[in-house]
Design a protein around this ligand. Structure first.
Ligand code: KIV
Length: 275
């Protein structure tokens, strides 16, 4: 029996090979139905730990658990066929040791079927990234603003605004690339720095509030759809779903209150008794 599917899913090496080529289209995704829509247009669907804020109303990503990531990773895998699905490793699931990182990543890959995982952190994570890649786990890096470190960095401010702060961020990106990551997210960094890193590293850079020069871009889906109550300044809204949902819900509420809502008598009309 052939296991060949009609549509081949993109792999981490496919994404890696796009360095300097057509821009990589990436979005976050947390559920099956939106994943189905995004899949036709995106190269990468990231099951980001931003789901803690977007789906659960948390203040930060710190409380997000591995179980939460696995549940939504599974949903996105069910909804998509073509895009590479990358699942974020949540805070506390990979930093303690390389072995902890491997066990958590193996669980995510086995239980969701995703094609890669993402970890935050630059040089300090390089040894772990190499360990994972050597053992068959494709890794996407994430440097610049790393939201899981909110309690040590203090705020979600853009990084590298002074040229004097660039060197450690460049070093982080190089370390992640040299360790074998197939791509790296550059979050909230000054534009010229994003451009410089993209020129320096051999793997695709995926910008979020970084630079148009990056090899690809990613946004949180709900932010760009106009659903999130607060978004970072760099986010361009491509939709206004918040007001549109509100209009629909108001219309529904008005109909229900006016008893105009179609009930079963309209959907399943009573048959006339036979005489
Ligand atoms: O969790 C997330 O959504 C992310 C993106 C911001 C890159 O890591």
């Amino acid at each position: 029996m052939s296991l060949q599917k009609d549509i081949r899913r993109l792999t981490a090496p496919d994404i890696r090979a796009r360095k300097g080529g057509d821009p990589l289209v990436c979005l976050t995704s947390y559920h099956a139905h939106t994943a189905r829509i995004l899949d036709a247009y995106c190269d990468v669907l990231l099951v980001g730990d931003s789901l803690g804020m977007v789906m659960h109303g948390l203040e930060t990503t710190v409380p997000v658990t591995l179980d939460m990531m696995i549940l939504q990773g599974l949903a996105v895998m069910r909804g998509s066929k073509r895009a590479l699905v990358v699942v974020d490793m949540p805070f506390g699931s990979y930093e303690a040791s390389k072995e902890q990182a491997f066990l958590s990543a193996a669980r995510v890959m086995k239980e969701t079927g995703c094609g890669a995982i993402k970890v935050e952190g630059g040089r300090r994570m390089a040894g772990t990234i190499a360990f994972l890649v050597e053992r068959g786990v494709p890794v996407m890096g994430h440097v610049g603003l790393t939201p899981q470190a909110i309690n040590t960095i203090g705020s979600f401010r853009a990084q590298g605004r002074d040229e004097s702060d660039w060197a450690p961020i460049e070093d982080d990106a190089r370390a992640v690339a040299d360790a074998g990551a197939f791509a790296v997210v550059l979050e909230a960094i000054a534009e010229p720095l994003g451009r410089r890193i993209t020129e320096q590293v051999a793997i695709p850079t995926i910008g979020i509030g970084a630079s148009v020069a990056c090899d690809g871009q990613i946004l949180v889906l709900e932010d760009m759809l106009g659903l999130s109550p607060q978004v970072p300044k760099f986010v361009k809204r491509f939709g206004e779903l918040g007001p549109s949902i509100e209009r629909a819900v108001k219309g529904y509420a008005d109909e229900v209150r006016a008893r105009r809502f179609p009930g079963p008598e309209q959907v399943y009309p009573m048959r006339k008794p036979k005489v």
